[in-house]
Design a protein around this ligand. Structure first.
Ligand code: ZN
Length: 284
């Protein structure tokens, strides 16, 4: 058995609940592809295991997720993994927009959609930072429970990019606020996120785990198929409100922005780095 401390994602079963934990606390759980595929393994395992009724997604340490890995020593965007979210070819060995489109279709948009369709209720348990790519993880869960120290932001407009790849913004916070959220890149605190309907509950940081597990165990009392069909019903309704088609259309704009950056500048991220992106535009 490998050492859990060295795993980028840990999996634990507690009663009827699987707890899937991102485990790169030294990098605020920045998501590299190794983590993406480990998350996918964990969700696949939870989906297949009849003893699991509900899945909780957590982040170890002070922060849920700083977003996609754009600067840690474990950044692995040039690595190949066994592809699962679609049949599109591998990004490795391709150039320019072809490489970016292949990679982001798989590890960002494709994976988040795959996880959203996990046929069991999923709960994101969010403390501290939930930034950009971190939003995609929280939003693809069914429920979001936030600690009172949680904050949310999508600052990628600084890169000239209209939001992260999984463009759920207008659906999870309403179009009016989605514009403010993106135009400013400002951090939104837990209470505001609750008022916007982006999270289900805000609890004291010290109570986050107990409250989340309590809710998960309560949901786990419901019949498995009832939960699966109910989840599918709401997801289908959300897609009929334009979520899926909207995301597909915006994914094209997202890749236009990456291509523009690469065409006129030095890279597809407009020269932004983890350090330059970390500087907050404002406090919660
Ligand atoms: Zn992108």
């Amino acid at each position: 058995m490998s050492n859990p401390d060295s795993e980028v994602v840990t999996y634990e079963q507690r009663g009827d609940v699987a707890v899937v934990t991102m485990n790169r606390p030294e990098y605020r759980n920045a998501q590299n592809s190794a983590m993406t595929y480990a998350l996918d393994d964990a969700f696949y395992r939870a989906a297949a295991d009849d003893a699991v009724k509900v899945v909780v997604l957590a982040g170890s340490g002070k922060h849920f997720s700083a977003g996609h890995d754009i600067g840690t020593p474990g950044r692995d965007i040039d690595s190949s993994f066994e592809r699962r979210a679609g049949l599109w070819w591998d990004h490795v060995g391709r150039e320019g927009a072809e490489s970016r489109f292949a990679r982001e279709s798989e590890v960002y948009l494709g994976m988040c959609r795959r996880w959203r369709e996990l046929p069991k209720p999923t709960i994101a348990m969010v403390q501290g930072a939930c930034i950009a790519g971190g939003l995609m993880l929280a939003w693809s869960c069914d429920l979001v429970i936030a600690a009172d120290d949680a904050f949310f932001a999508d600052p990628v407009v600084r890169m000239g990019i209209p939001g992260v790849e999984y463009f759920a913004h207008p659906w999870v916070m309403g179009p009016r606020f989605a514009k403010e959220f993106l135009f400013t890149g400002e951090r939104v605190g837990a209470d505001r996120a609750l008022a916007l309907g982006m999270v289900n509950r805000v609890v004291a940081r010290a109570e986050l785990e107990a409250e989340t597990m309590g809710l998960a165990e309560k949901i786990a009392q419901m019949p498995r198929l009832g939960l699966a069909l109910t989840k599918k019903a709401v997801n289908q309704a959300e897609d009929l409100m334009g979520l899926r088609a909207g995301m597909d259309s915006v994914f094209g704009l997202h890749h236009l922005a990456h291509a523009h950056n690469a065409e006129v500048g030095t890279d597809s991220l407009a020269g932004q780095t983890a350090r330059s992106m970390k500087a907050p535009t404002t406090s919660p």
